[in-house]
Design a protein around this ligand. Structure first.
Ligand SMILES: NC(=O)c1ccc[n+]([C@@H]2O[C@H](COP(=O)([O-])OP(=O)(O)OC[C@H]3O[C@@H](n4cnc5c(N)ncnc54)[C@H](OP(=O)(O)O)[C@@H]3O)[C@@H](O)[C@H]2O)c1
Length: 316
């Protein structure tokens, strides 16, 4: 099989970096990776992780998903503009009561997470359609299926991605293109740190006392524990993503975290939509002690088995 050109966005850290390195290190050398980031001053961790693959199976390029010209320049710099696999990964989070967030902050999230994907596809999709080949892989989230307390705008941006892709997938099929949404649960990356720190610094004066208290003493208090109990590594998510890219018939949706699947399944179990809202409500406000104890129990089980829970094999 010919070597496939892969363009990945947001490779300065986390999931994007892990996917780029995993694909560049493929023993069968099946991929040429164009690992992109908006700020090339942040390329050192990727260079270090890529090691001697740098300049061979991996090249680093500038690309800001919020800047059409930067996308065009990057795509034009790739031989024949040929991108066989696009991994749309760049993204950002936002938590907190909406009363305390500015419309500008919210627009930045939508501009990055949703319009970032749209801009990429406006540039890359026509070439893929012409060639009648290509795989578009989008790092979405379980929050593209199920909203969560104080993640209103982030969930909205991922819902937008999912709706957009569901529509596009039908057309893509006609052009023999593949589209896959990767849906991780919590992943321990810079994202988690940045979002938590922003949450801690948030000016809550625009919120009423009860809401501010709920955000600080329930949401932020449990935030770290959720990541410690249910969180995956970026490498785990990269392993799932590469499996999907290599699959003969890749699925449209793929959740990477089996511990989270029962929560997203609730959504499909009740067409009225009340079931997941009711269960989340009870978990957070009525059975918080049981919820917290369950998280600790899962953390203990994972520590004792020292296994990667989601792929069912020991982590490296
Ligand atoms: N971590 C989680 O819990 C989790 C769960 C589900 C889904 N996800 C999704 O996974 C993806 C990757 O996140 P991560 O966890 O790996 O977080 P991360 O380590 O913070 O990585 C996010 C990447 O996106 C880049 N980025 C942000 N805005 C950009 C822009 N305008 N143009 C180009 N790149 C931009 C960041 O670059 P800078 O370094 O320049 O900011 C960084 O490289 C995101 O789409 C996120 O929504 C994350």
């Amino acid at each position: 099989m010919a070597r496939r050109n892969v363009l990945i966005t947001g490779c300065s850290s986390g999931i994007g970096l892990a996917i780029a390195v995993k694909m560049a290190k493929d023993e069968q050398k099946r991929f040429k990776v164009f690992a992109t980031m908006r700020n090339l001053a942040k390329k050192e961790p990727l260079e270090a992780a890529a090691g001697h693959r740098l300049g061979k199976t991996l090249e680093i390029k500038q690309l800001d998903v919020c800047d059409e010209q930067s996308i065009k320049t990057c795509v034009n710099s790739i031989p024949d503009r040929r991108i066989d696999v696009l991994v749309s990964n760049a993204g950002m989070g936002l938590i907190g009561p909406i009363e305390c967030q500015s419309i500008e902050e919210m627009k930045t999230v939508m501009d990055t997470n949703f319009f970032g994907l749209v801009r990429l596809l406006k540039e890359i999709l026509p070439d893929m359609k012409r060639r009648k080949s290509g795989h578009i892989v989008i790092i979405s989230s379980v929050m593209g299926i199920q909203g969560i307390l104080f993640n209103d705008v982030y969930a909205a941006s991922k819902f937008a991605v999912e709706g957009f892709c569901e529509s596009l997938a039908i057309q893509a099929l006609k052009f023999k293109l593949q589209l896959s949404l990767i849906e991780p649960g919590p992943v321990v990356t810079e994202f988690e740190r940045k979002v938590f720190e922003d949450g801690m610094k948030m000016d809550l004066s625009a919120a009423d006392e009860e809401t501010a208290e709920m955000f600080t003493n329930i949401y932020l208090k449990n935030y770290k524990q959720i990541f410690q109990s249910l969180g995956q590594s970026a490498e785990d998510v990269a392993e799932h993503t590469v499996k999907i890219i290599l699959a003969e018939n890749p699925p449209f949706r793929h959740q990477t975290n089996t511990l989270y699947t029962p929560m997203t399944t609730l959504k499909y179990a009740d067409p009225n939509g009340d079931l997941p809202i009711d269960i989340f409500y009870k978990m957070v406000f009525q059975h918080d002690k049981i919820f917290s104890a369950s998280l600790n129990f899962i953390k203990l089980l994972r520590w004792r088995s020292r296994k990667s829970f989601d792929l069912g094999k020991p982590s490296q």
